[in-house]
Design a protein around this ligand. Structure first.
Ligand SMILES: [Mn+2]
Length: 316
């Protein structure tokens, strides 16, 4: 449905619970918080289901809206969730009760009684912005988390997914007078010392393939433990692989639990490797230039699987 129709649907609901995805990023949290604020402005009861993996950088957006223990929703909305395997355990219980799914991933699996999905949008925040505008005034409480959503999903407006509409949405959100500089400073111009220790190890241990066009960076649990890093220290490490000169296929492997690895694949605008196609072969999905998959095996086995998938889809 259109954003207008989604807004009309939400106007007819009350006691609304909003779901975010596993390993929540700024987009899913920002969308949920912005939408929750907009719904409350209409006098509705609305909450976010507590996400146990919320990071310190995103906690502030969601904190005012966490659902109290025992809240029983009459209507459930998912934001920025592409697939069932991105539901965290407490959210999984609501999978069959989703009244509206709002998403922007091409790999969206098509769940939810109603869907408001537009894969041309850089951030789900762009879609939620339109829904919120149709619901009422874009106040600073709505605008700040939505700005974080749009800014973080575009790497501060530098990723190839960024469009003129992304900037129009960001501009409209800035017009409300929010402290957008603090948002970007927090997400893009601040690194913990543990984060810098992680980056140092990744950069010191890069492994190239495809004659230098591909690179592996690995984040084993042992590294996380050695530098004492937390989840927030390890956010978006995949961006690093895409920064190496000459690389158009950057694979970051993060060990989630022993012998279970999360692949984040970042590929170049030249189209040599389609990240979604490669990750689909590995049971995952995402965007053409940024996709992911969860893979089982030892590090050596997982690297071999990733190489085989990349080789199977590469164009030159
Ligand atoms: Mn997103």
């Amino acid at each position: 449905m259109t954003t207008q129709e989604a807004a009309a649907l939400l106007r007819r609901q009350d006691n609304i619970l909003i779901l975010t995805h596993l390993r929540p990023d700024g987009d899913t949290i920002g969308c949920a918080a912005g939408l929750c604020a907009a719904l409350r402005q209409l006098g509705k009861t609305a909450y976010l289901l507590y996400n146990p993996e919320i990071t310190a950088a995103n906690e502030g957006y969601a904190a005012p809206y966490w659902a109290p223990e025992g809240f029983t929703p009459a209507f459930v909305v998912s934001v920025d969730i592409a697939s069932r395997n991105l539901f965290f355990p407490a959210a999984e219980a609501y999978f069959d009760r989703i009244g509206l799914a709002v998403d922007h991933h091409p790999s969206f699996e098509g769940f939810g009684a109603e869907q408001c999905v537009d894969a041309s949008r850089a951030a789900c925040g762009e879609i939620v912005y339109e829904i919120c505008r149709a619901l009422g005034e874009i106040t600073q409480s709505v605008a700040l988390p939505l700005y974080a959503a749009v800014s973080t999903d575009t790497g501060c407006f530098v990723y190839a997914n960024t469009t003129p509409n992304t900037h129009r949405v960001a501009a409209a959100l800035m017009e409300t007078g929010i402290d957008w500089f603090a948002v970007n400073k927090r997400h893009f111009r601040t690194k913990s010392r543990k984060r810098i220790a992680l980056e140092a190890d990744l950069l010191g241990n890069m492994e190239f393939f495809h004659g230098g066009r591909g690179v592996f960076m690995t984040v084993p649990i042992s590294l996380m433990e050695r530098v004492g890093a937390t989840e927030s220290d390890a956010e978006d490490l995949s961006a690093l692989a895409g920064m190496v000169e000459g690389v158009d296929c950057g694979a970051v492997l993060r060990e989630l639990k022993p012998d279970v690895w999360k692949l984040s694949l970042r590929t170049g605008a030249n189209g040599r490797v389609n990240a979604t196609e490669a990750c689909r072969l590995l049971g995952g999905g995402g965007h053409a230039m940024a996709a992911g998959a969860t893979i089982q095996g030892t590090l050596a086995e997982v690297k071999a699987k990733v190489l085989a998938a990349v080789d199977a889809v590469k164009r030159a």
